[in-house]
Design a protein around this ligand. Structure first.
Ligand SMILES: [Zn+2]
Length: 121
């Protein structure tokens, strides 16, 4: 688990790859149409199904680059696969995510999505 979310977001901002992700186009429209609460319910489901298992199917390639605001947020925050979770969030691969891990991921995703709402307001 990262020391603090501020440190984590500072590290993400220094990554050219992570920092280029923005919410725009249809993913931004989707967030506006559904609202953050509903989008975060989707996020919880995606995390449970695609990230939480000890060995997620297709790990490393399970997160599309668009089509849903949460997928964009996952790439921007390095919560896209277990390799990135291990590298940037110090959450070990090879075991199921704990409730605390899931909460951490959801907190990170919500923070990123809220920031995008502000940027695009
Ligand atoms: Zn990844």
């Amino acid at each position: 688990m990262s020391d603090s979310l501020d440190d984590l977001f500072a590290r993400l901002a220094r990554s050219d790859f992570r920092a280029r992700f923005r919410l725009r186009g249809r993913e931004l429209e989707y967030l506006r149409a559904k609202g953050l609460a509903e989008v975060m319910e989707h996020a919880a489901r995606f995390i449970d199904e695609r990230l939480a298992p000890a060995a997620p199917p297709n790990d490393g390639k399970q997160t599309p680059y668009g089509k849903h605001p949460v997928f964009v947020a996952q790439h921007a925050t390095a919560t896209c696969c277990r390799g990135c979770l291990a590298k940037l969030h110090s959450i070990p691969a090879g075991r199921e995510l704990t409730e605390a891990d899931r909460l951490h991921v959801l907190t990170v995703l919500e923070r990123w999505l809220r920031a995008q709402e502000v940027v695009n307001a």
